[in-house]
Design a protein. Structure first.
Length: 133
């Protein structure tokens, strides 16, 4: 998958990163006129069991309503790239880069941990287990 590729109404703009299950791209929803994140399974993870797990987790995640949890907008599958999840695009720095940028006080660290824990609790309440934490 590369910039300019289209999958239905989504046009790939650039690569964002890679996680344990797949790659994430910035894309444009050409119907709604907004940028989104698209997560694709790694080729080695594209077996039927992994695809079914991804779909179950996407359905469960779509039911999560929490200010610190990413919204799931859509799921799909392409012949050449396999299954994908379309999610809210969150822009900004990663937690790793914020911590690495300099001294962070205990109060701020506690605030971040509380926000993360709240989102994880909302996910766990819906049966979603985040595999990258």
């Amino acid at each position: 998958m590369q910039a300019g590729d289209r999958y239905g109404r989504y046009e790939i703009l650039s690569a964002i990163g890679e996680g344990g299950m797949g790659r994430v791209f910035r894309a444009r929803d050409t119907t709604l006129g907004r940028d989104v994140a698209i997560k694709l399974l790694h080729r080695g993870q594209a077996d039927a069991e992994s695809q079914a797990r991804m779909l179950r987790e996407a359905r469960a995640a779509a039911g999560i309503s929490h200010g610190n949890a990413v919204a799931v907008f859509d799921v799909g599958e392409t012949e050449d790239a396999g299954p994908f999840i379309v999610m809210e695009l969150i822009e900004g720095d990663s937690l790793r880069s914020k911590i690495g940028a300099g001294a962070v006080g205990s109060e701020q660290k506690i605030k971040w941990l509380d926000e993360i824990a709240g989102a994880l609790e909302a996910a766990h309440d819906k049966g979603v287990v985040h595999r990258d934490i």
